[in-house]
Ligand binder design. Structure first.
Ligand code: PAF
Length: 283
């Protein structure tokens, strides 16, 4: 696996792969890789001939006071994992390499970026959209892979790609979970032993909504109350929000109908903020 830090070098390497008629995939990450990320790399390999993985902890998607400085970083381990997974190129820019040319013009994530996560983190999706646009511009992939774990991010990026006519296909991949249901996340590393146990409450809450829906409950408020109730029963967890939304538009639903629906949850476990989501099928 090749490792490159400059945009020009990456453009050149990808250009060579393209001249060999290879189909190019990009898997954007912030490092601290886990099996969720590696599942994206595997999915990318199934659909492309040349897989680029970016490892960049993007400062512009963290607000002051968030965990940018503390965000887990272990580049050598990440590179070992990516090499073992057969990635072709790791793009590992510094902040200077990424933003040194100037960062005055940014991408507005629109209304989708202002709700749910955006209500608590108003600058987050602007930072995500801007860095993803830059990565897409540098790599020029045919396909870009994102995890459903960050469901709102995936939805915002799909919308951005559509509205800005970006020539890339966005592929969403299923959340990878620990045996007890906790969604894999680099931030799980912050959890103490007790918090790690308590953190399963997010999945338990989502499952309670899923079960109700499968049993025929259509009222979204009933599902949301069930999720709230599950989190209230966990003393180490503090709920931020639960929502039952249209899976494509993230619009809040009153009733489950024929359109795909999604349950989303955000909660603090100790001082760690975690998010998760699940598709809702109507029984
Ligand atoms: O999901 C992430 O890890 C990040 O938000 C992303 C997409 C790599 C952009 O920095």
């Amino acid at each position: 696996m090749e490792r490159l830090g400059s945009k020009d070098e990456v453009r050149q390497a990808v250009g060579e792969a393209r001249r060999e008629s290879k189909r190019i995939a990009l898997v954007p990450t912030m490092g601290a890789l886990h099996d969720g990320h590696l599942s994206l790399v595997r999915a990318a390999h199934e659909r492309a001939d040349y897989v680029v993985v970016s490892v960049f902890v993007n400062p512009t998607q963290f607000a002051p006071g968030e965990d940018f400085a503390a965000y887990p970083r272990d580049l050598e381990r990440d590179l070992d994992l990516l090499g073992a997974e057969g990635a072709d190129l790791a793009f590992t820019p510094t902040s200077e390499a990424m933003y040194g040319g100037g960062a005055d013009v940014t991408v507005d994530p629109g209304a989708l970026g202002a709700v749910l996560e955006g209500a608590t983190r108003p600058t987050h999706f602007g930072g995500v959209c801007t860095v993803v646009t830059k990565l897409l511009s540098v790599v020029g992939p045919d396909l870009a892979f994102f995890g459903e774990k960050d469901y709102q991010q995936l939805t915002v990026i799909r919308r951005m790609v559509r509205d800005l006519d970006l020539p890339v296909k966005v592929v969403g991949c299923p959340t990878v979970r620990e045996c007890d249901g906790l969604a894999m996340s680099s931030r799980n590393a912050y959890l103490s032993r007790d918090e790690r146990e308590a953190a399963t409450v997010l999945y338990r809450a989502l499952r309670s909504a899923e079960t109700l829906a499968l049993d025929g409950e259509r009222d979204a408020r009933v599902l949301e109350e069930a999720m709230c109730g599950a989190v209230e029963g966990e003393s180490l967890a503090a709920l931020d929000y639960v929502a039952v939304v249209d899976a494509a538009t993230l619009a809040p639903l009153e009733t489950l109908g024929s359109a795909p629906a999604r349950a989303l949850i955000a909660a603090r476990v100790g001082s760690t903020r975690l998010i998760d989501n699940l598709a809702l099928a109507v029984g």
